[in-house]
Design a binder for this molecule. Structure first.
Ligand SMILES: *Cc1c(COP(=O)(O)O)cnc(C)c1O
Length: 350
């Protein structure tokens, strides 16, 4: 007899990428963190934090942060829900909407593995629809699966492709349940699906400060949807899910658009350069709209390359999963970090 529910025993839990301590001499290209430091204006807010903010419970709605988002994205504050990283919001959405086989969870594969982990724990039935080779969104199959929740990461990880706006629009129109568009990597892309939340009652857009804003350690994510859709999610989330520090630091970071855009431009340039250089080494590299590339080494020896790089203190991501076992997902680092990676790869593939 187990201490745990069957659903808990049935899952291994999500296995995050390795996180060595800051200061460890390692080149970390495995979890799509931004290689640049957070906004100096955000760090200034952190340094000057009044102790009164810590003595009191935080605002359950993180309104200071919502106001900053509202200014930057032009959406009303009551269309925003803030969460402890967007991972928490994925969890809240599943808890609020999905259950068993009557209320399944649907998504195209490959994508973010956490969707499956959270669904299994709920438990809710998972219906996974494979992407075709060209990553065209399988709209008919997704619709036919009748999800209580359909998840689309766009740009997607680990493939890096972005779903065409009109495909997302058609999906929003045709799915029966909630459509979650996970835009964790939108800062590195050319467009957002944000206008769809105004057009469709069932659409929620997820954003995070972890990738574009260099604040993965702060744990700050948010969702944008109409207040009616958000009302169910507010019932499920912890009252004090956002701490006072994250609320204030996050608000300063998202207001500092110039700094974010500057970092993003540098990363996009490095991404293009890295893709060309990997291609020159014989890798097949998918066109990426995120801060990473998915690359197939010429000898298809992804796992052994991953291990050799690790020995050299360079971490990249290897997924032992059907369709991904010959590929590496490499986060775009600084020019210097990318150079060191390429030198190691030249050594290993020579
Ligand atoms: C990184 C990532 C997230 C999670 O971001 P947090 O805000 O750090 O929880 C969500 N979805 C996708 C697709 C991601 O890659």
């Amino acid at each position: 007899m187990s201490y745990f529910r069957a659903a808990v025993d049935a899952t291994t839990g999500y296995i995050p990428g390795e996180q060595p301590k800051p200061g460890t001499k390692i080149i970390k290209l495995n979890t799509n963190e931004n290689p640049y430091p957070p906004s100096p204006l955000a760090m200034e807010v952190l340094r000057n934090l009044d102790s009164e903010w810590l003595r009191r419970y935080p605002d359950p709605y993180a309104r200071d942060f919502c106001e900053a988002v509202s200014e930057v994205l032009g959406v009303p504050t009551d269309w925003i829900i803030v969460s402890n990283g967007s991972d928490e919001l994925l969890n809240v959405i599943i808890r609020a909407c999905a259950e068993g086989s009557d209320r399944p969870i649907v998504y195209p594969m490959p994508t973010y593995v956490l969707y499956r982990t959270l669904a299994t724990l709920q438990p809710a039935e998972v219906i996974e629809i494979p992407y075709p080779q060209d990553f065209k969104l399988p709209i008919d199959k997704l619709v036919a699966a009748k999800g209580a929740v359909t998840f689309i990461a766009s740009p997607n990880s680990p493939s890096g492709h972005i779903v065409p706006f009109n495909d997302l629009r058609e999906l929003a129109q045709r799915v029966s349940g909630v459509l979650v568009i996970d835009e964790a990597y939108v800062d590195f892309a050319e467009y957002s699906a944000l206008p769809l939340v105004l057009e469709f009652n069932n659409v929620i857009i997820l954003r995070t400060l972890s990738k574009g804003y260099s604040l993965a350690g702060l744990r700050m994510g948010f969702g944008i949807a109409n207040p009616q859709l958000l009302s169910g999610l507010f019932k499920v989330k912890d009252s004090y899910n956002i701490d006072a520090i994250a609320t204030l630091v996050g608000a300063a970071a998202i207001r500092d658009r110039a700094y974010k855009n500057d970092c993003v431009e540098k990363i996009k340039k490095s991404r293009a350069k890295l893709a060309i250089e990997l291609t020159n080494l014989g890798f097949t590299v998918l066109n990426s709209h995120g801060n990473f590339v998915l690359a197939t080494p010429p000898a298809k020896n992804a796992e052994s390359l991953y291990l050799k790089l690790k020995e050299q203190g360079i971490l990249v991501r290897y997924f032992k999963q059907p369709g991904l076992e010959d590929k590496l997902r490499i986060t775009v680092g600084t020019q210097q970090q990318n150079q060191t990676l390429l030198e190691a790869l030249i050594m290993f593939t020579a």
